[in-house]
Write a new protein. Structure first.
Length: 461
């Protein structure tokens, strides 16, 4: 048996939503590189080595099956992999701090620091270290300081290469990215490291899509990119509130403004609020940075994007409460969708968490349904008081319910037989389409009292 000689060895520390898919796409496109994804969690690594992946991402399993065991490996042997690697990606989690200075806003850098120390301890030859995790501006400096401290003669070159993929479309986002951003130092060794990373991406990404900047711009661009996207959602959600009281229709307004090419049509869908592991965390990180650099007005501007998101979730619950005669006590509500968006099982910071907790506070009974997120939904609501059931089948979830709260716009919810659902529900039956993805007129004609988001209700009462 001959062992294949690879051009370079890549290791990625952190086999999560970012590390797993990114490395799979690199391995798929670069058969001449050995790619190993490592993690401290044995359970996660075992899952990546099986066909029950730890995350649900359309198209990912097929791509893993193509390369796993050939040039793509998942392992817990972190130290050996660090020692052997030429290029080390860091994709460990960088959550918001829940304690001490900067609590609730600043990034908790403990995993980044632990990872840096582990790299330093095990590296015996020069390495390129690539920040994939989203970290605060100038974090590369901290990383470099740790790596170069003490008597180690190994040279580390730090690059910033933030990930812009969105969950649910991760595979296509990575296979045909709008851009790949690489931040490096302008020193000769920084440029060589940058070119080494560019070589990897050039296997499938056109040269004009590779954007190179200095390290700090790259780190900041990641935060700003997410902040701008979230800001658009909060902006349209404020307009949804205005539409509901003026009889304007937010989808018509979105369409009208989105056709202006200067504004653009994307990210203008009003909803119950944005969720996911990035938006809130990254904006709060930006706010913290602005406060740290004594720019309170700038901090306040961005903080308002998050405040409006909280307001939007509250508004959604209030509308349900008001429509259902100001009491939910003992009423059954079917919750359609718990994931923070469709095509993912991820529930991190999902609006459904807040909304369900509030509905339970109002003492509603909840039947939660979701095609891929029920396990995570169970974990998110563990220990919360109230009547909650988790039901695979949306028809069963709606049986005997007084209302349906649609929070995630899974395609399957558009294809259900709503006459059958209506017939099985208590009357008057309500539906609160938090994503404006259903045919409201048809639902109204069936007999539902329909509450879209950002438009007047269609009410029989
Ligand atoms: C996370 C952050 O959410 C994102 O902002 C950042 O850009 C990258 O890291 P994600 O991949 O979604 O993205 O996180 P998660 O799914 O939690 O994966 C992180 C993995 O790192 C976990 O599997 C965890 O076990 C692993 N880890 C963490 C290590 O291997 N070593 C550590 O020291 C800490
Ligand atoms: C986001 C960024 O898009 C991605 O570039 C980055 O790498 C990680 O963070 P993600 O969190 O996976 O990706 O999902 P995204 O599609 O951006 O949606 C985030 C939230 O915004 C979801 O809760 C979604 O429902 C909501 N959203 C999105 C709206 O409410 N309206 C919209 O028009 C678009």
């Amino acid at each position: 048996m001959t062992t294949k000689i690879f051009r370079k060895k890549i290791v990625c520390i952190g086999a999560g939503y970012v590390g797993g898919p990114t490395m799979t796409i690199i391995a798929n496109n670069c058969p001449d590189y050995q790619v190993t994804v490592v993690d401290i969690s044995e359970e996660r690594i075992n899952a990546w080595n099986s066909d029950q992946l730890p995350i649900f991402e359309p198209g990912l399993l097929e791509r893993i099956q193509k390369t796993r065991g050939k040039n793509l490996f998942f392992s817990t042997d972190i130290d050996r992999c660090i020692e052997e690697a030429d290029i080390i990606f860091v994709a460990v989690n960088t959550p918001t701090k829940t304690f001490g200075e900067g609590e609730g806003k600043a990034v908790d850098l403990q995993y980044i620091e632990q990872t840096a120390r582990r790299i330093k301890k095990n590296a015996k030859s020069n390495k390129i270290v690539v920040e994939k995790s989203t970290i605060p501006v100038r974090a590369a400096e901290t990383l470099a300081n740790i790596l170069h401290s003490g008597s180690n003669s190994v040279q580390f070159e730090i690059l910033s290469n933030p990930e812009f993929m969105a969950e649910g479309t991760g595979v296509e986002d990575m296979e045909a990215p709008d851009r790949v951003l690489i931040g490096s130092k302008g020193t000769p060794s920084g440029i060589i490291a940058r070119d080494t990373l560019m070589e990897i991406y050039l296997h499938w990404v056109p040269r004009e899509r590779l954007v190179t900047t200095n390290l700090w711009s790259s780190e900041l661009s990641k935060l700003v990119s997410n902040a701008f996207l979230a800001q658009r959602i909060s902006s349209i959600n404020t307009i949804a509130a205005l539409c509901e009281v003026t009889e304007a229709d937010v989808t018509e307004v979105s369409r009208a403004i989105g056709m202006d090419s200067r504004i653009g049509a994307k990210f203008l869908n009003a909803g119950p609020g944005f969720g996911g592991s990035c938006f809130r965390k990254d904006i709060l990180n930006l706010v913290y940075l602005c406060e740290y650099y004594q720019l309170p007005e700038v901090a306040a501007f961005w903080e308002q994007v998050v405040a409006l998101n909280d307001y939007q979730m509250e508004r959604y619950v209030k509308r349900i409460l008001q429509a259902m005669f100001n009491t939910l006590v003992g009423k059954k509500l079917a919750v359609f969708g718990f994931a923070f968006k469709p095509d993912t099982g991820d529930t991190r910071d999902a609006p459904a968490i807040y909304i369900c907790k509030q509905l339970l506070e109002e003492r509603a009974d909840l039947n939660i349904t979701d095609p891929h997120a029920l396990d995570n939904a169970r974990k998110e609501l563990q220990g919360i008081e109230g009547e909650v059931s988790f039901v695979e089948d949306p028809y069963k979830a709606a049986e005997g319910a007084h209302g349906i709260a649609l929070i995630t716009e899974w395609n399957l919810y558009q294809e259900l037989d709503y006459q059958k659902i209506y017939d099985s529900m208590e009357k008057p039956a309500f539906i609160f389409d938090g994503r404006n993805c259903l045919d409201h007129q048809a639902l109204y004609e069936i007999g539902f009292n329909v509450y879209p988001l950002g438009k007047p209700p269609l009410n029989h009462l």
